[in-house]
Design a protein around this ligand. Sequence first.
Ligand SMILES: Cc1cc2nc3c(=O)[nH]c(=O)nc-3n(C[C@H](O)[C@H](O)[C@H](O)COP(=O)(O)OP(=O)(O)OC[C@H]3O[C@@H](n4cnc5c(N)ncnc54)[C@H](O)[C@@H]3O)c2cc1C
Length: 436
Amino acid sequence: MTDKKPKILVIGAGPMGLAAAYQAAKQGYDVEVLEADDRPGGMAAHFDFDGLSIERFYHFCCLSDEDTLELLDELGRPDAMKWVSTKMGYYLDGRLMRWGNPVALLVAPGIGFITKVRYGLQAFYSTLRSDWERLDKLTAREWFEGWLGKKGYQRLWASLMELKFYELSDNVSAAWVWQRIKRIGKSRKSLLEERLGYIEGGSETLVKLLIDAIEARGGKIHYSARAAKIMVEDGGVSGVDTADGRRFSAEHVISTIPTPFVPGLLAETAPEITAPYERIRNVGVVCILHKLTRPVTDNFWVNISDPSMDIPGFVEFSNLRPTGDDHIVYVPYYMPQTNPIYDESDDYFIEKSYGYLKQVNPALTDEDRKASHVARLRYAQPVCEPDFLSILPDPVTPVRGLQIADTCFYYPEDRGVSESARYAKKLVENIVEGRA
Ligand SMILES: Cc1cc2nc3c(=O)[nH]c(=O)nc-3n(C[C@H](O)[C@H](O)[C@H](O)COP(=O)(O)OP(=O)(O)OC[C@H]3O[C@@H](n4cnc5c(N)ncnc54)[C@H](O)[C@@H]3O)c2cc1C
């Protein structure tokens, strides 16, 4: 006689949901995934940009992305990860300079020597540091000002923070910022050489491998299946109702959707547990992609601090992943969804962002822009405030069999494909080991 394993329903077919479904299917569980979108991948999903399959939002990998590497290896495509020596720039005082290594810092014009030394020390020390409990209690601003002084912070960091978080920028945890600096800082071949990675074919390659592996083990993925209500009976989860009226029964439910959506799913069935999810804030993003006939710069990433531009930077993706004869540039506008600019038209963002690229490289003309696309996400980046650890709920909820997590659950690490895949393992382990 065989013991039939309980059914697991995963909400969300982003990297966390797919990795959770894969891990569960591997352990012999009966798995189904509900995805609201018409395609898998979540924030890492692709679209057809005029014949080029590419992510709606730029995606790069770092040398520390062990869980992505492990998955590619396990799923038979270790060769898909490609590493590239990338460059970084900073557009400051109306000129573009090299950034991101000690020599670039030393020769950068317009920054005082003491500020440079302090900046370099903070960046270097961040890569060595592993304890972060003290940073969890500080704001990013306090931490930066402690190293660089108020003036140094204003010069090098203030506008990068303000143009991502706006009115929330003084309420971001130092631990979260530190972890971002560390992840990039450690992704180097040497002190002078940054190394970033991309997956051949884009994030879609990993997404497809996961789907094939899930389906090969009998798992199912349902698209355009928006979870509308998590069903609870006798203190335990019993399934999920979708917006189009279908009911999926299961003994375990793992929700991987952005937590701001969660209270709505539990409003009727378990309103007593929704308060922690209501507390977590996210900013949105309007991300513009431009397809150009020529490069803007030779950098992958360009920071911007310029009073005439309301963006913190842009990502010149073709300087990482080859995209044929075309040059792909992403210009992300992060902001709280309450900002009136968030609702501006696509044309507004296309014109404005392309104007900025022309400002950085005056040789660009309107004829160089072949196509543009605008992607929006209401909940794109959790705002991890100081003391975030104390407000972060346990993924195992008081409702038996129900786990809830999203990208902020692996704080202080920032959202990432590899991090979501790692967290997915933990969620499945909670079931296997009887904690959920
Ligand atoms: C602009 C931008 C740039 C990024 N750059 C990088 C990068 O360079 N490198 C990197 O590693 N990561 C990057 N990320 C982050 C990375 O994309 C995320 O960490 C990762 O996709 C998170 O996966 P997830 O499955 O946890 O969440 P998500 O990708 O958000 O997946 C959640 C899924 O749930 C679905 N969903 C929502 N509501 C419902 C519902 N009611 N019912 C059913 N399904 C629902 C969504 O459609 C989505 O598919 C970036 C993200 C953005 C926005």
